[in-house]
Design a protein around this ligand. Structure first.
Ligand code: HEM
Length: 229
């Protein structure tokens, strides 16, 4: 049963579903916000970056090119897309005469697919901590000399002629919504928020589903409020 929320507490799953207009985008947004708010270091670094870049406290969709230049915000979005892609192998059928894929002949009519989730969790592609939310893996310095962050392995939007038509819109929404929330509000997880229930309630189905709500306390900031830190 849904908990009753106080005036300043919002259920962000519901808000994002309305804002994003796509269950997949709202799933990635909810997942991003959870990881940002559950980790004080991530929150502080990200909030400082976007608040320094937009001291007016106001961001529009036209600011997207400037947002793309913010390295930590980009890392947070990329990491959220890596963890928010629970696709099984989206099926494709080999043509009648068969096809050679990566040096191997695949007979006609065979169903093939790339399981995005397995690829995103593979230690061959992401190391260390492939299952954890670590935006630092996408920064130039990565996580140290032996770390791996294989951008080519990211299959969030699939690829080729049947890849996601809404990719550019979805990415723009993620940048703008996350940045706008952080420049205009101080956010913390709700007082009764239960990490265990939330985390165990994440269902990696075709999209990311949350069976326990992400409740967040919100305080509207003045434009000249100094970043936390
Ligand atoms: C983070 C958000 C999103 C993710 C992860 C995502 C992921 C995907 C994936 C993996 C596919 C390919 C399916 C396949 O290869 O068979 C796809 C297809 C598609 N997506 Fe998205 N999507 C997202 C957001 C959106 C949005 C916001 C829209 C529209 C506004 C959209 C519209 C479409 C359409 C129309 C297709 C079908 C393309 C076709 O079959 O030609 N998607 N999406």
């Amino acid at each position: 049963m849904q908990e009753e929320l106080s005036e300043t507490e919002l259920n962000l799953d519901v808000l994002f579903a309305i804002q994003a207009g796509s269950d997949t985008t709202s799933g990635v947004l909810t997942l991003s916000l959870y990881h940002i708010l559950a980790n004080a270091k991530v929150y502080t670094r990200l909030a400082n970056e976007v608040r320094d870049a937009f001291p007016s406290g106001y961001i529009t969709a036209d600011d997207h090119p400037r947002l793309l230049q913010l390295p930590y915000l980009s890392s947070v979005v990329t990491e959220a897309l890596r963890l928010g892609s629970p696709f099984p192998g989206l099926p494709r059928v080999a043509p009648k005469d068969g096809i050679v894929i990566d040096g191997m002949f695949i007979p006609g009519g065979t169903i093939v697919g790339v399981p995005a989730w397995a690829q995103h969790m593979s230690p061959d592609n992401f190391w260390p901590d492939p299952e954890r939310f670590v935006p630092e893996r996408w920064l130039d310095e990565g996580q140290g000399t032996d770390s791996i962050a294989n951008k080519n392995a990211i299959m969030t939007f699939s690829s080729g002629p049947f890849g996601c038509l809404g990719k550019a819109l979805a990415i723009k929404e993620l940048y703008v919504v996350i940045a706008q929330l952080l420049v205009s509000c101080d956010l913390t997880l709700g007082p009764k928020f239960d990490h265990k229930q939330f985390y165990h309630g994440i269902k990696n189905m075709r999209t990311t589903i949350f069976t326990y709500p992400l409740t967040v306390s919100v305080a509207i900031r003045d434009a000249d409020d100094t970043p936390r830190g």
